[in-house]
Write a protein that binds this ligand. Structure first.
Ligand code: SAH
Length: 453
């Protein structure tokens, strides 16, 4: 039987004893009251002005030429259009940006996720090699914290060949990720035309590659992580009307030049097929791109093993209108000055579960507060507090903990969801002969309180 150290134990001084609290680049708490997950709005707040951005101009021409567009098309254009997309050429994270995320708030977040992957790697037989694949890595902070844990647990991972694979559409953010994760002195291999558009070696000597599309990542035994990635994928929106479901579209306001407005499609649109037959809500958001990615992850995990850990704000098929914008840490009307603000919608975990069903097992969604508690956040915080003499650093650690765990902040708004091979939860029945009882698989860290050794 594999003995797995509990996350609490890994997080305690024994295994991570040489590390110190990461010196944060800036004060955290004053600005992080505006994480994206905290608010709920459909962008109907009053706005004083409506600057005509290049993106607005582009969308107005497009709508004039071909008619109203779906919310999904709008989101995709505004966020990831290769020429002017919000994500493509800017760093929107942090103090000077538009929103703040958990890995940027506290180093403990990424460390506990690193421990989760090691715990799963151990529980599934310590394969000789694995890929860590991150979708939408932002500034590379989460990957950096996970890699630090891998280095600190070098004795556990010493015979394992690890490689890092980042799926990122943003040229600007991929450059920042490279600065965070690799040595400046060692040049990166670049090839804009290739599916692997950048390649290098991390500061701890691990091969690292960048892709625009998950499809291009080698189909090998992998651990996948996606934090605040699914919420930026384009959603279709539908409204129930006396005539049946109608898709919400975006059109030009006939009363005001260069202003956009929501309208309802006069007839059913093909995307209506995404709505469940027994749907009871009167407004729904569906994200087909999330479905495609979940199916791809599920097929990969069923084929090669591994696991996916997805963390985001969201609901389990209960919420209605969650489409909203963020600019400068404030809510922003989604139709005003497109291209200058982040657009996001809560992740529907019930939809993700349906897309994985039949191929892999899923766990969650469970609240961030519960997941991090089960992973040993209290032990880890204590270790870091004991090591830091500087009062400002101690205060930063405590404020970061509060932000991640407080139910009124990110503790209840954010959820964890995992995809695992069926055998991981139900045992390898084909390996058991008729006289043996089925071995009970070890609990999955984070999703249950671990009391065993
Ligand atoms: N995970 C990071 C960043 C979240 S912001 C954190 O938690 O701090 C969303 C990230 O997803 C950004 O890196 C953005 O550039 C990337 N992204 C957005 N749409 C994408 C797409 N379609 N494919 C790949 N990456 C995408």
């Amino acid at each position: 039987m594999t003995t797995i150290p509990t996350p609490g134990r890994l997080a305690a001084a024994g295994l991570l004893r040489h590390d110190c609290p990461r010196q944060r680049r800036r004060q955290v708490v004053a600005r992080c009251s505006a994480s994206r997950g905290k608010y709920f709005s459909s962008g109907k707040e009053p706005v004083e002005n409506n600057p005509v951005t290049p993106m607005l101009q582009h969308l107005v021409y497009k709508i004039k030429a071909t008619g109203p567009i779906t919310v999904a098309e709008y989101m995709k254009e505004v966020l990831t259009n290769p020429a002017q997309g919000y994500y493509v050429h800017r760093d929107m994270l942090g103090e000077k940006g538009d929103f703040i995320t958990s890995p940027e708030i506290s180093q403990i977040f990424g460390e506990l996720l690193g421990i989760w992957f090691i715990s799963e790697w151990m529980a599934t037989g310590k394969s000789a090699t694995f890929q860590l694949v991150e979708l939408g890595p932002g500034r590379g902070t989460l990957a950096g914290d996970i890699l630090r844990v891998f280095s600190q647990l070098g004795s556990v991972l010493k015979n394992c060949d690890i490689s890092i694979h980042l799926v990122e559409v943003s040229q600007k953010l991929s450059e920042i990720q490279a600065l965070t994760l690799t040595e400046e002195k060692v040049p990166l291999e670049r090839n804009a035309g290739s599916p692997v558009y950048m390649k290098g070696v991390t500061k701890s000597g691990i091969p690292i590659s960048w892709y625009r599309d998950l499809q291009d990542v080698p189909k090998e035994y992998s651990f996948y992580v996606a934090h605040e990635f699914f919420d930026v994928l384009p959603v279709h929106k539908f409204q129930k009307t006396p005539q049946g479901w109608r898709e919400v579209l975006i059109d030009i306001d006939p009363q005001v030049s260069d202003k956009l407005r929501f309208v309802l499609a006069p007839r059913a649109t093909p995307a209506e097929a995404f709505i469940q037959h027994d749907e009871t809500r009167d407004h729904v958001e569906v994200c087909p791109e999330a479905g495609v990615i979940i199916q791809e992850l599920s097929q990969r995990i069923a084929l090669t093993g591994g696991a996916a850990l997805i963390a985001d704000y969201g609901h389990d098929g209960t919420k209605t209108d969650t489409f909203r914008g963020f600019c400068g840490h404030k809510l922003h009307d989604v139709l005003i000055a497109p291209g200058t603000a982040d657009l996001t919608a809560d992740v529907d975990f019930s939809y993700l579960r349906r897309m994985a069903q039949g191929t892999v097992a899923s766990l969650g969604p469970i609240k961030q507060q519960t997941f991090l508690k089960n992973m040993g956040i209290d032990v880890r915080l204590k270790v870091l507090l004991d090591k830091s003499a500087e009062p400002s650093l101690r205060q930063q650690l405590l404020q970061g903990y509060d932000m991640l765990m407080n139910p009124k902040k990110m503790g209840e708004r954010f959820n964890f969801f995992a995809l695992l091979p069926h055998q991981r939860l139900h045992g390898r029945s084909h390996e058991i002969n008729a006289n043996q009882s089925k071995p009970s698989p070890s609990p999955v860290a984070g999703f249950s309180e671990l009391t065993w050794q």
